[in-house]
Every structure is written in C-alpha cells, then in structure tokens.
Write a protein that binds this ligand. Structure first.
Ligand code: G4P
Length: 303
C-alpha cells in the first residue's frame, strides 16, 4: 500500500496519534530491520513521552543477522525494549508479550501499590506504511483474543483487542509519516518498497544501493553479476559499476550502450527479493553524514 503524504494528512495523523496516546500505556513501534534509522519516525518520541516503549525490528528475516543484533543492542542502550521479529512467519512474535510485560513492569508495580490489581496494560502498534503492522497484529493476536470496548455505531469509543488478562491492544494501528524531507531517507524507503517507485528516480536508488553494497557488502555484486570490483566511493564510480552490471546482464540499448534504467530496476528487484542475500542498509555506527546527508536522489515531498 502506498501513501501520498501531504501536510494536511500529516497533521491529521498526528492529531489522531495524540488522542490515542492518552489512552495507552505502551507504544509498540515497528521499524524495518533493513533500515531501522530511516523507517523510524522521530516525532513519535515527543508524542509518546512518558509511555513505555517497545521497538520491533520487523522483516528481520530479510535483514543481515549480524546487524539485527547490533541494532537490538543499540536501541536497548537507549532505553527501549526490543525484539527481532518476522511477522510473516511468526518467528519472534511470541516473545513480544514478555517484552511488553517487562516494559510495563514499573507501571504494574505502581498500580499494585495504589491497590489497583489486574488492570490490563493498554498497547498501541505504530509504524510507517508497509512496515508490517497488519501482518504483525494478525500474528500477535492469533485466535485467542476477543474484542472489547464500545460497540461500533453505539458510541464512538475505541475498539480494544483483549490479548490475555494482562494486555489489551488498540485494534487499529497508528500510521506514522516517514521522514521524507531527508533525501537519503527517501531513497532508502524507496529501496525497501515503502515509497512509490515513480516518485523517486530508479537510477538514483540503484546508485545509493551500490554505494552501500560497495562499502558493507563488497562481495555481493561480484558474486551475483560477475563484475570485477565493487570498490566505489562516489556517485561517478557507482554509475560505472551500474554500467558494468548492465553489460554483464546484457541490458543494452540499440547500438550496444548500457541500458542504465533496466539495470537499475534489475538490481533493485534482486535486492527486494533477497536474491542479493540478507542485506541491511543502515548500521548503528554509520557516520552521521551517511545517515542524514545525501548528494543523490530527489525525494519528493508528496510521499
Ligand atoms: P502495514 O500494515 O504496516 O502497511 O504492512 P502490512 O502488514 O500490510 O505488510 C506489508 C508487506 O510486508 C506485506 O507484503 C507483508 O506480507 C510483508 N511483511 C510484513 N511483515 C513481514 C516480515 O516480518 N517479513 C517479511 N518477509 N515480510 C513481511 P505484501 O507483498 O504487500 O503482501 P503479501 O503478498 O505478503 O500478502
């Protein structure tokens, strides 16, 4: 599902989130394990002030296991409770309840001291479009739940899903807006497929991918496409490598010139379908300029 974000949409989503925040104890935020930095919305920190925080590194099956663990430690060191999950297969989903309990322990103790016993904690799932919120909810909730709360049509109250005697979940996830004003973030969101391809130039996406692969996965392009080197340090070298991939894959225009657009689309497809292997595009210790500044791409403000 692709979203077009306009300032009006964002303001509306933010307002709804603010309202929902009043009702809950814990925010369960899904990020994409391949780009935990770019798929996380920093505005949620202000909105979720004073709430317990859980981060789920979703689609961890598509990301690089070494960096999955590094990101888990990174977020834990910043006070989040963290789990690696694959919502599609259900792997890791069971431990989420335990993590939610841990994240809410202080609140449960506080309630107990005040004589409030057995009041379930209330949770909400949030995340940017396509990160896997619905898939996760289906997997997390399973069959054992019952809906509680007001009946629709009678009052406009929220619907809660009773997970067990400890937890209730708001049945509609909160949709977060991506940080699309940052071009590099826009490119990476497009690479994982959470932004419409026709908004961001495919060649720029491929060049960004090549720069990351050249630095962090030097063998991948050699193995997959038979190119001789993946030593790329700038845009120009990345373009040369894309041309080499085009030639190796026989993506040629009439007259024998490399068909860059086709090669770019090819490479991106191979990445998205994990034919390049399990690749993570962002790393906790990545230099700040690689996280936030880009000389590539034209991210559009209408994402
Ligand atoms: P959303 O509610 O946050 O918008 O996301 P949604 O659950 O619709 O998931 C978006 C896509 O991501 C779906 O793929 C879903 O199957 C896939 N997905 C979600 N979680 C995971 C995960 O942990 N691992 C993997 N590999 N994929 C995941 P789709 O192609 O749009 O649909 P489908 O063909 O899989 O049904």
């Amino acid at each position: 599902m692709h979203f077009q974000w306009y300032p009006g949409h964002m303001a509306k989503a933010k307002k709804m989130m603010q309202e929902d925040m009043k009702l809950i104890d814990v925010v369960i935020e899904l990020v994409d394990a391949r780009i935990p930095h770019s798929s996380k919305n920093p505005d949620i920190d202000a909105l979720a002030k004073n709430k317990s925080r859980v981060i789920l590194l979703n689609k961890s099956d598509m990301a690089d296991q070494r960096y999955n663990n590094a990101w888990k430690e990174y977020f834990e060191s910043r006070g989040y409770y963290v789990a690696l999950v694959n919502s599609k297969s259900g792997a890791g989903v069971k431990q989420v309840q335990e993590i939610v309990n841990k994240a809410c322990q202080a609140k449960i103790e506080r309630d107990r001291r005040r004589g409030i016993l057995n009041r379930p904690v209330r949770a909400m799932i949030v995340g940017i479009p396509n990160v896997g919120k619905s898939t996760f909810i289906n997997s997390f909730v399973g069959k054992a739940s019952t809906k509680t709360g007001n009946k629709p049509g009678v009052t406009k109250g929220k619907q809660w899903i009773r997970l067990n005697k400890f937890t209730e979940l708001l049945d509609t996830p909160g949709i977060l807006w991506p940080k699309f004003e940052d071009q590099l973030v826009g490119l990476r969101l497009a690479l994982i497929g959470s932004i419409n391809d026709n908004i961001i130039d495919t060649t720029n996406m491929a060049l960004e991918l090549i720069l990351i692969l050249g630095k962090y996965y030097p063998q991948v392009l050699i193995n997959r496409y038979g190119v001789e080197t993946t030593k790329v340090e700038d845009q120009r070298e990345a373009m040369e490598l894309l041309q080499a991939i085009a030639v190796k894959r026989s993506c040629l225009l009439k007259g024998g010139m490399p068909d860059i657009d086709r090669a770019a689309a090819f490479l991106i497809d191979d990445f998205r379908s994990t034919k390049l292997g399990n690749i993570t595009l962002e790393f906790p210790d990545m230099p700040a300029e690689e996280k936030e500044i880009s000389q590539t791409g034209e991210a559009d403000a209408r994402i």
